[in-house]
Design a protein around this ligand. Structure first.
Ligand SMILES: NC(=O)c1ccc[n+]([C@@H]2O[C@H](COP(=O)([O-])OP(=O)(O)OC[C@H]3O[C@@H](n4cnc5c(N)ncnc54)[C@H](OP(=O)(O)O)[C@@H]3O)[C@@H](O)[C@H]2O)c1
Length: 293
């Protein structure tokens, strides 16, 4: 039986890169009834099929049809949003995407809302993605619903996106090499999220969790050891300033976002010790194998 005050959990975006792992962790836990909220129109989706085969109920709504969304959310105790606005197509607006979810959750009597966070600390003006997440967080905090924000740094699976290039044995640092980068496997973000539903400390709280915390230089050292060769390091610490002030050579938005991600993943304090769970540490050999194919 559940020792969580929440039994009926809906995951919006449960078919996504992260949402799948959150839904799977909730199902594996065995304490929860899990619904996956998908957008209309209905489309075939392997992850939805897999989650349904493990016991999830797949429900559909148009995010812009308030009444339909409310109907679908009735009976939900906690709504976990792992939805994303279509980042691959250039849409980073998490506020516009999730506001209908929050309005419907409130009308449907949902008690707790988890915004689609699962990332980094940021300052306003850093990036449209972090800015719209911050704007939405504020709406949730003012909504009267309970909330939990899970911050977790960089997904270990995405280490290659912040400048570590195994094939070319090069590292690009957009920030001081001694900066700590918190990393965590997607499956472990799911496990932390599931366990947080059972913890008193998660009520109206931001919880920061990590699987490993190494500096960029330490990760580089591990990569050099794993690949048996010295890597070339390119250091460009002025990237944020050049991007924000449009100074030549103006960095690409992706390079700029990389600097934001690394800078926001340091987390001077983490909350791992509040959980009964040990995450898998960063496996550099596995990363090298995966990036070498
Ligand atoms: N810390 C990290 O390194 C890390 C890594 C991954 C993700 N994250 C975070 O986790 C969250 C989810 O990211 P993700 O990469 O897993 O997302 P994703 O796979 O791009 O999308 C998640 C789901 O959102 C729904 N969706 C897609 N486009 C949409 C749109 N235009 N409007 C409404 N719903 C849409 C889809 O579900 P349906 O089609 O089934 O409705 C999709 O499966 C984000 O907050 C992201 O920043 C963090």
């Amino acid at each position: 039986m559940s020792n969580s005050p929440f039994t009926n959990i809906t995951v919006a975006g449960g078919t996504g890169g992260l949402g799948y792992h959150i839904a799977e962790a909730l199902l594996n836990d065995g304490s929860f009834n899990v619904k996956i909220l998908r957008r209309l129109p209905k489309t075939a989706n392997e992850k939805a099929d897999l989650l349904a085969s493990k016991g999830a109920e797949i429900v559909y709504a148009d995010y812009n049809q308030h009444d339909d969304l409310v109907n679908v959310l009735r009976g939900t105790d906690a709504l976990i949003s792992a939805a994303a606005p279509g980042i691959a197509t250039g849409n980073h607006d998490f506020d516009t995407l999730q506001t209908p979810l929050l309005n419907a959750a409130k009308a449907a009597g949902v008690r707790r809302f988890y915004p689609s966070e699962f990332g980094i600390e940021s300052e306003i003006g850093d990036h449209i993605e972090t800015d719209t997440k911050a704007a939405f967080r504020e709406k949730v905090e003012k909504s009267g619903l309970e909330y939990t924000n899970i911050m977790c740094g960089l997904a270990s699976e995405y280490l290659g996106t912040v400048g570590f290039d195994v094939k070319n044995k090069t590292a690009k640092f957009y920030i001081d090499g001694d900066t700590i980068l918190s990393t965590i496997y997607l499956a472990d973000i799911g496990k932390y999220t599931a366990e947080s539903l059972k913890m008193e400390e998660s009520r109206n709280a931001t919880l920061k969790v990590a699987g490993s915390r190494f500096s960029l230089n330490q990760i580089l050292e591990k990569l050099e050891e794993a690949t048996g060769s010295k890597w070339q390091v390119v250091v460009d610490k002025d990237i944020k300033n050049r991007f924000l002030n449009k100074i030549d050579p103006v960095p690409s938005p992706m390079d700029f976002f990389t600097a934001v991600i690394v800078g926001g993943s340091s987390f001077p304090h983490i909350d791992n010790d509040k959980f009964n769970f040990s995450p898998r540490p960063l496996d550099i050999d596995e990363f090298v194998r995966q990036e070498s194919v």
